[in-house]
Design a protein around this ligand. Structure first.
Ligand code: CAA
Length: 262
């Protein structure tokens, strides 16, 4: 629950087969407190378990997707308690357990942990107002939720190094050129575009979508050979599904497929 009693830190909405989780700490530019991350994790797992939902969107406000981990909350933290209490750790990585596609719809600031949260999503859609950065160095720390690793894989070493060492922010346009985001859209259309994308993915074969996500993630997490073998196993296993038969029959019969969605 939020500081303002009764307000949730993460509000959820459903739009057809799209589940939307909206970060709701406007007074702190959606700083990612422990409580907010716990609520977000619970919301994501609930959508993941819901057969009516096919894809998930995380968004913030017009001003901020999220301005990073909560500096007020972490300023007095000390080692080794940070280690023993698994600061960042499991609470932040709940999103990695989600098997359905997760889309980050980013407007305004996505800084520090906010940029890292976006990078943990499967697709990043950016409003033209979005700004991405890893400004932790200004606080005397470094990114702690995968920023130094995922950023390098997304944008390459040169730009990642500049961002992490100097804290410089990228505009939406520069982030798109650097392959940090899939697409930039006008701010006024961000949520509608994200919902359209989530609904489109949510209408496809759930098993093929989940396996496609796993296969692409293998490219990040394994060697090329291991990734190709994993892809092949997943590809072959899809020939054991009704959705493969339905998808191919529908194509040949020139009709829309009716995939099993629950
Ligand atoms: N944590 C806690 N509170 C934050 C916050 C954060 N990360 N970011 C912003 N806020 C709060 C501000 O303290 C301020 O609160 P008050 O009104 O109570 O003073 C409110 O949000 C509005 O912020 P500003 O007045 O600073 O707004 P601005 O428009 O002048 O600046 C900003 C916006 C450039 C995003 C600036 O707020 C900023 O630099 N924020 C911090 C960004 C940052 O350093 N993020 C990294 C955090 S560390 C991290 O994330 C570690 C990790 O890897 C997991």
């Amino acid at each position: 629950m939020s500081e303002a009693a009764g307000e949730r830190l993460v509000k959820t909405e459903r739009h057809g087969r799209a589940g939307l989780a909206r970060l709701n700490r406007p007074e702190a530019l959606n700083a990612l407190s422990d409580a907010l991350m716990a609520e977000l994790g619970a919301a994501l797992l609930a959508f993941d378990a819901d057969p009516e939902i096919g894809a998930i969107i995380i968004t913030g406000s017009e001003r901020a997707f999220a301005a990073g981990a909560d500096i007020r909350e972490m300023k007095d933290r000390a080692y080794p308690d940070t280690f023993l209490n698994d600061f960042i750790g499991a609470r932040w990585e709940t999103i990695l357990r989600v098997r359905k596609p997760v889309i980050a719809a980013v407007a305004g600031f996505a800084l520090g942990g906010g940029c890292e949260l976006a990078m943990m999503c499967d697709i990043v859609l950016a409003a033209d107002t979005a700004r991405f950065g890893q400004p932790e160095i200004n606080l005397g720390i470094i990114p702690g939720a995968g920023g130094t690793q995922r950023l390098v894989r997304a944008v390459g070493k040169a730009k990642a190094m500049e961002m992490v060492l100097s804290g410089r922010m990228l505009s939406a346009e520069e982030a798109e050129r650097a392959n940090l985001v899939a697409r930039v859209v006008p701010a006024a259309e961000l949520i509608a575009e994200a919902i359209k994308l989530a609904e489109r993915i949510g209408g496809l074969s759930p098993v093929a979508v989940a396996m496609a996500k796993q296969a692409v993630n293998s490219a990040f997490e394994t060697t090329l050979r291991a990734g190709i073998l994993h892809e092949r196993q997943l590809f072959l296993s899809l020939f054991g599904t009704g959705d493969q038969r339905e998808g191919m029959a529908a194509f040949l019969e020139k009709r829309s497929p009716r995939f099993r969605q629950s």
